[in-house]
Write a protein of this length. Structure first.
Length: 555
């Protein structure tokens, strides 16, 4: 099916503004109270912004960046840029000054919207002098040229423009897990195809409520929340801050909630801090109490009304999915990339027997496995290519298929299991290749471990780098070493000799976005850890299976 046959996002905005003009669309908490925006008011504000941008000298085709955490104004800016024929360039709100500068310069952006930010002072140097700075209605230490109210005083445009489906809508930059971010070119038609595919696969509708907090600069949130809300007519709520997050979720009581593995892990740790695992397991085995316990936990998270719980962005341990399933919270694991607009495979409707897979192709998506074991994808919702990088575009798009770089296999029902990234495979000193992801997915089953990265390029045996869960901090180190050592032994029984772990190194410092080990989408930058710990064989204190980083021999 051609992307030209899809109803475009703006057409849906116009539809709901006519069909349900006074229905609340966006719920934005600000300064301790909720601000509600109806479909018609969202359209009107977007139409006023179009006039304002034109008066400032911006012309169709110009690139305009958005640097902000999720908020109602992010949506409104996105709609305005589509209506004005501009190309939006979202930037992660946690991006450092260097990344901000790279994206603005590489995209040739002429203006930037500055909104909700936690670290504006550190990001400000990344915005070049001379770039037009436009403010959303939030306090920021970044100097701006025009505030939100001054942009909205203009008369709204009278027409309702609909762009050509083949026209470039947005440049979405990858999170940079392996180097410089790439600018993925996405057309209006491709975006429409992905959003409608989500709708067709999940059955989202106007009775649904979504909660938007994963970065809108990432294509998953842009398609699954912003995009699907347009096509379904669903309401969307936002968080005011991290401190008010759970209260805000409870107020919205979402029916759709998407998260990433690290946050689902954190939620579990928070629950187990209140109810130890042994006690929880006992309560869940008592029929009269089990339902009450599940309901209390769901309500405590604000997810008691959720009918779709999602997870993507990075591999998640099947054991964690099973844990939530026991709580009556089946999580749909999905897989996709920026290059195919994050819409590819989903385990929806949820099938318990398919936990461990990333689901089957969604409506309109084809998946096949190459002779080399690489996952290939074909659908209407795919990128045009990489901005200013024809060589990388040719490598990724061949004969209409996206070469994903992921390895995987399909079962008889068409469900996809991912076994790792082609480029993540490393060769140990024994000269044999090891795929780290299957090993990591076994280790992460241990609730003491929050994150893990298996490294081993040039080492005698692979080593697991682990970040412990908060709940492990108070435990005795010898006791922890015994428990972690048992995990190594258990995993090694399933591996060939060259794959077996030579040890486990407990990290001294957390992996975060701020120290550049995590991407803004909370993926681990594996190549940086490989470089940092390439001399482990020389520094390892012999006789230890589990070692704390601070006890390593000096390099």
């Amino acid at each position: 099916m051609s992307t030209s046959s899809h109803t475009l996002p703006l057409q849906m905005l116009y539809h709901w503004a006519d069909a349900s003009p006074h229905q609340t669309y966006l719920h934005q908490p600000r300064d301790g109270r909720w601000h509600e925006h109806s479909w018609s008011s969202v359209l009107e504000m977007a139409a006023r912004l179009v006039t304002g941008l034109s008066r400032l000298g911006l012309t169709p085709g110009d690139k305009v960046a958005i640097l902000s955490k999720n908020c109602a104004e992010w949506f409104i800016c996105d709609f305005a840029l589509q209506m004005g024929g501009y190309v939006s360039v979202p930037i992660y709100p946690t991006a450092g000054a260097d990344t901000v500068n790279y994206v603005l310069e590489h995209s040739e952006s002429r203006a930037v919207f500055v909104g909700k930010l936690d670290d504006a002072e550190q990001q400000a140097p990344g915005i070049p002098d001379g770039l037009l700075r436009l403010a959303m209605p939030y306090d920021s230490s970044i100097r701006t040229d025009h505030d939100w109210d001054s942009l909205l005083v203009h008369e709204p445009i009278s027409e309702r423009p609909v762009p050509e489906p083949e026209r470039l809508m947005t440049l979405v930059y990858t999170s940079g897990s392996t180097g410089k971010p790439k600018g993925v070119m996405i057309t209006h038609g491709a975006y429409a195809a992905a959003c409608q595919g989500v709708l067709e696969t999940t059955g989202l509708n106007a009775d649904d409520r979504a909660f938007s907090y994963l970065p809108l600069a990432h294509i998953t949130e842009r398609v699954y929340i912003l995009g699907s809300s347009l096509y379904a007519g669903a309401q969307v709520g936002f968080a005011q801050s991290l401190d008010s997050f759970i209260d805000n979720v409870k107020t919205i009581s979402p029916t759709v909630f998407i998260s990433v593995p690290r946050l689902w892990t954190n939620f579990r740790s928070g629950i187990l801090d209140k109810v130890p695992a042994s006690k929880l397991n006992l309560l869940l085995r008592i029929p009269l109490l089990s339902g009450l316990v599940k309901k209390k936990i769901q309500t405590g998270l604000g997810l008691d009304q959720a009918r779709i719980l999602g997870c993507g962005s990075a591999p998640i341990a099947p054991a964690l999915l099973r844990w939530y399933e026991r709580l009556g919270m089946p999580i749909t694991e999905a897989w996709g990339m920026t290059e195919n607009l994050a819409y590819s495979t989903l385990n929806y409707p949820f099938r318990s027997d398919k936990v461990g897979t990333v689901g089957r192709p969604g409506a309109g998506v084809e998946i096949r496995i190459s002779e080399q074991g690489e996952v290939l994808c074909r659908c209407d919702g795919m990128m045009q290519g990489y901005y200013k990088d024809e060589e990388a575009t040719r490598a990724a798009l061949q004969d209409g298929w996206l070469h994903t770089g992921d390895q995987g296999r399909l079962d008889d029902d068409g469900y996809l299991t991912l076994t790792g990234r082609l480029k993540d495979a490393f060769k140990t000193a024994k000269g044999k290749y090891v795929l780290p992801v299957p090993i990591e997915s076994q280790l992460i089953d241990n609730p003491l471990i929050e994150q893990v990265c298996v490294v081993g390029s040039g080492l005698a045996q692979p080593v697991a780098l682990v970040q412990l869960a908060d709940s492990a901090a108070a435990r005795d180190r010898d006791e922890l070493a015994t428990a972690l050592g048992a995990s190594i032994e258990q995993v090694n029984h399933t591996l060939e000799s060259h794959q077996r772990l030579g040890g486990m190194l407990v990290m001294k410092d957390a992996w975060t976005v701020e120290n550049h080990i995590m991407t803004p989408t909370l993926k681990i930058k594996r190549h940086l850890l490989e470089q940092q710990y390439q001399d482990l064989d020389q520094r390892w204190v012999k006789g230890n299976t589990v070692l704390w980083e601070q006890d390593l021999a000096p390099s």
